[in-house]
Write a protein that binds this ligand. Structure first.
Ligand SMILES: Nc1ncnc2c1ncn2[C@@H]1O[C@H](COP(=O)(O)OP(=O)(O)OP(=O)(O)O)[C@@H](O)[C@H]1O
Ligand SMILES: [Mg+2]
Length: 173
């Protein structure tokens, strides 16, 4: 951060970089697998065509577990497996559903027709999304998952864009 704009308003201290919007962030602790699945189901109920969700977190954090519950909430009846070796899998549900796991794309410049995936009628979930940062829609819902215990996870949810800010208001109620 080079230039800081620090001001106090009615006792609330806000720090932001000049010229940049303040990033909103929400945190939620999942105490069990059930908590994670219920959170995914709630998110699924709020999703619309073209929504994009990015998932970050170490191996075994729970990205695929979360995705499976989300798919179930979207009415996907086929089994959702980690698409690590195929990178993209597409499913039918209440809305079409794209599951991407780009872990193995780190060394590749392959054009996978990202725009068709992200700007079609489907909901897209991307595991390890930072590896294709350039190709992601600017507006999206970012979810970071941190393992804090055997069955406990810390979720940090960042909405990028007005649509996702509104979605978060509902999601975090
Ligand atoms: N609260 C929880 N939320 C999510 N997963 C949990 C939770 N508690 C336990 N787990 C377990 O943690 C594991 C998460 O594995 P998962 O494959 O979803 O991770 P991942 O982030 O997709 O890893 P990878 O990067 O290897 O694909 C599963 O075995 C799941 O049952
Ligand atoms: Mg996974």
């Amino acid at each position: 951060m080079d230039v800081l704009n620090i001001y106090a308003c009615f006792g609330k201290l806000e720090v932001m970089e000049l010229g940049e919007e303040k990033e909103m962030m929400y945190e939620k602790i999942m105490n069990s697998l059930d908590d994670t699945e219920n959170f995914a189901l709630k998110l699924a109920s709020l999703l619309e065509a073209q929504d994009t969700i990015t998932l970050e977190g170490d191996l075994g954090a729970g990205k695929t577990t979360f995705t499976k519950a989300l798919a179930k909430g979207l009415g996907v009846t086929r089994t959702v497996n980690s698409p690590t070796f195929t990178i993209v899998k597409q499913y039918e549900g209440r809305l079409p559903f794209n599951h991407l796991d780009v872990y193995r794309l780190a060394e590749s410049d392959e054009d996978l027709g990202w725009d068709e995936l992200f700007y079609g009628d489907a909901v897209s979930v991307v595991e390890w999304a930072h590896l294709i940062e350039q190709d992601l829609p600017q507006e999206r819902l970012g979810i970071e998952i941190y393992r804090i215990g055997e069955n406990q996870r810390r979720f940090v949810v960042t909405p990028l864009g007005k649509r996702y800010e509104a979605l978060c208001e509902e999601l975090m109620k």
